[in-house]
Write a protein that binds this ligand. Structure first.
Ligand code: GLA
Length: 735
């Protein structure tokens, strides 16, 4: 059992040879955190890592004691993980150890997405009970350690064990105390169209936070943070990754204290949050995941990729190779009918596309974005016979059929809004702020979830729909749950998320064979919470190959390639107007769940032939693109070029990509050092697009890693130097 309890020192040690978490009950019965990070000997005791004797902070203000569930108001002036207001108005807590249970496996989190095990032997969980009889509060800290992964998962369950009403003001999923500095903080931030750009900076005394108050995780910040030693890079050095399995308002914050100790907390954003616990009631926080590595950022990413792909994503599509899709959006937007779509589908099938996706515009009278969300009935003007014959026509072409929906929204101009204005979020007597002419449905109301389950369920069962793109295109304003009592609106945002998860749960359970992709104006709700329901996400509305380098580079820190939707679109690019070669657009989109986002009827013969080749190439290597180990080599941010690679699990095959962002004159000879190959294997290296394999070279894995791969400085076929925005892949296979 990888969790051991040492009674004499009251020490709990979670260990698996990959990382250790050592907790201990301190002299005043608080739960201390003695160590987190590098694996330690499970036989030893570590009480000396904590304070010699700890009786509370009273006489030792600012003593840097590591605590597992820090509270406010009793001498620890750092950021608290738990703040609960009591009937007398006070919020001071004294959470004393009351017992613990060690169990094999991992219990599910009620109503919330979470990581899981398939067999109890994969993990062990400790549930540690803490109690404050004065407040009438019981807390159970739930920590799971997984076999052979450098990862733990953590959440908290609160229970009102008293007789008065409690109000939970802060309940963090994770709180981690790091005993020494300095640390750098690496986060993933941006905006619509440039999501998840990495930002790294040294932590300074005081607080640094990212978060969201939008009702969704948002485009601005990913709910994940990496803490890195200043010297840590992709391959070396110590670091932690913390990531929240949640899709709503969140806070991820670091606080460096006067003794250079750092506390990290992560969970539901406390701003505007207040959850009432009546006597006997419970509240469960979302889950946070923590990974540790001594081998650099790449190893943290590898741990998260494997964990999220294998034990967060669920359902039959978790392990299936994903189809190559063509999405109608950038090709025709709202302007289509059955005949036009069928022409597009024919042209798609001819290219080798496997899944034809009809995006926005098929329902109500949706000729533009000002109308019809909520009216989930087929627009008979465009599709007189409905979706079923269209899906059948698409299937007859040898492809499967997919559909776009945006269940959480309602257009002001819609039948649904006319009938049920009270189902849209808003405060009676106050104007509702519109965004993209739409309002958000109040999913905190069970009847709204019930309605949407039926409305969307009817659509999904009306035709052979094998893929769904579930979009969500605006954030919440005027937050207010019309069905909540006046003193419980602080629960609204979280109740919205619980309702949304419930809808996802019902629809994914009812349609287990459907492949779901989540979307929120691109990557506005791309987070581990959504990944638990939809194994892939539309990474960004920005489909420009050069912009995508940075977006996908950033996303790859946390998310596996099997979750990163990436499409080739037309040029000039619709978001930034840039013109890039077709091969470059493909070479970027290959590193994700590959597809197209254009009108295939507009392509010339040369482009069609080229695309057929691209699709054949992706198919041939799909397994490694979707399941291989992804390795970042050269960052696109700020440089003139970028590079990354994927390696098969057995290291016998790898695909390396090098992207020339800007060509400079008199470029020095360039060698790209590869990683994670087998040093003893000789690989055949062939360039793509490029000469036939006959012209490939043989190179040893040792050489490719130690000296590097000589980059082809010019187009090998024509001898012309590659210009701006050129890309070249190198396929390595054991000879
Ligand atoms: C969002 C999505 C796009 C597309 C449109 C349709 O912006 O991110 O991919 O589906 O909505 O309105």
């Amino acid at each position: 059992m990888p969790i051991t309890w040492h009674e004499p020192t009251r020490q709990l040690h979670l260990h698996n040879g990959r990382l250790s978490l050592v907790l201990a009950v301190l002299e005043n019965d608080w739960l201390g955190q003695l160590h987190v990070g590098a694996p330690l000997d499970p036989q030893a005791t570590y009480r000396h890592l904590g304070p010699a004797e700890f009786l509370g902070f009273t006489n030792r203000v600012d003593e840097p004691v590591g605590l597992a569930v820090p509270t406010a108001g009793s001498g620890d002036f750092r950021i608290p993980a738990l703040v609960v207001e009591q009937p007398d108005g006070s919020a001071v807590l004294d959470m004393a150890y009351a017992g613990h249970r060690i169990v094999t496996g991992k219990p599910d989190l009620e109503g919330l997405p979470s990581t899981y095990v398939e067999d109890p032997s994969e993990a062990a969980t400790v549930e540690i009970d803490l109690a404050d009889p004065v407040a009438g509060l019981e807390v159970t800290l739930v920590v799971t350690i997984f076999e052979d992964r450098p990862v733990i998962a953590r959440s908290m369950r609160l229970r009102n064990a008293g007789t008065g009403r409690l109000i939970v003001r802060t309940a963090m999923s994770a709180s981690v105390d790091l005993p020494d500095g300095p640390w750098d903080l690496l986060g993933f931030s941006g905006a619509w169209g440039r999501e998840r750009h990495p930002h790294r900076a040294a932590l300074l005394p005081g607080r640094r936070a990212v978060g969201s108050l939008r009702g969704a995780t948002g485009h601005e910040h990913d709910p994940s943070l990496f803490l890195l030693r200043p010297e840590t890079d992709e391959t070396r050095g110590e670091g932690f990754a913390l990531s929240l399995v949640y899709s709503g308002n969140f806070l991820a914050e670091a606080d460096v204290g006067s003794r250079s100790t750092t506390r990290i907390r992560m969970g539901i954003h406390p701003d505007g949050f207040a959850w009432t616990l009546e006597p006997g009631a419970t509240f469960t926080t979302p889950e946070a995941v923590l990974a540790w590595s001594g081998d650099g950022i790449g190893a943290l990413s590898a741990a998260l990729h494997a964990f999220y792909r294998e034990r967060l994503a669920r359902g039959v599509w978790r392990d299936r190779l994903r189809p190559i899709l063509l999405n109608s959006w950038e090709g025709v937007y709202f302007d289509f009918d059955h005949a036009r779509l069928l022409d597009m589908a024919r042209a798609s099938a001819d290219l080798g596309v496997e899944l034809f996706v009809l995006d926005d515009g098929w329902f109500g009278e949706r000729d533009h974005d000002r109308t019809s969300l909520g009216d989930w009935v087929v627009d008979r003007r465009k599709l007189p016979d409905g979706l079923a014959p269209l899906a059948a026509d698409v299937e007859a072409l040898g492809m499967s059929f997919g559909l776009w929906i945006e269940p959480e929204m309602v257009s002001v101009q819609s039948r649904l809004f006319a009938e049920h204005p009270e189902w849209a979020i808003g405060i009676p007597g106050r104007e509702r702020t519109e965004s993209r002419h739409q309002l958000v449905m109040d999913l905190s109301r069970p009847e709204v979830v019930d309605h949407l389950e039926v409305a969307i369920g009817d659509v999904l069962s009306s035709a052979a729909i094998s893929y769904v793109k579930w979009d969500m295109n605006r954030n919440i304003t005027e937050p207010f749950g019309a069905s909540l009592p006046a003193d419980r609106h602080g629960e609204f945002f979280h109740r919205y998320m619980l309702g949304t998860y419930e809808l996802w749960r019902r629809l994914t359970t009812r349609f287990p064979d459907v492949l779901f992709e989540s979307c929120a104006s691109g990557g506005g709700r791309f987070d581990p919470g959504m990944l638990a329901f939809a194994p892939q996400a539309w990474t960004s509305d920005d489909t420009d190959a050069i912009e995508r380098l940075s977006i996908q580079w950033g996303a790859s820190h946390v998310y596996p390639l099997s979750s990163i939707g990436a499409h080739v679109s037309a040029v000039p690019n619709h978001q930034v107007g840039r013109v890039t070669p077709l091969a470059t657009r493909a070479a970027v989109a290959f590193f994700g769940v590959f597809g197209y986002e254009l009108d295939p009827r507009t392509l010339g013969d040369t482009e069609r032939a080229e695309i057929r080749g691209h699709i054949a190439f992706y198919r041939e290597h799909r397994e490694i693109f979707q399941r291989g180990r992804f390795i970042r080599l050269r960052s696109p941010l700020g440089g003139d070029d970028a590079a990354w690679m994927v390696v098969a699990e057995d290291r016998m095959t790898a695909i390396v990509a090098h992207y020339r962002i800007l060509r400079r004159p008199v470029a020095p000879p360039d060698r790209l050092r590869l990683r994670d190959l087998d040093p003893g294997t000789v690989y055949r290296v062939s360039a793509w697009p490029g000469p036939t394999p006959a012209a490939s070279v043989r190179r040893g894995g040792d050489l490719l890693m130690a000296v590097g791969l000589g980059l082809v400085p010019e187009d090998p076929a024509t001898g012309v130097p590659d210009g701006d925005f050129a890309a070249r892949l190198y396929v390595l296979s054991a000879d």
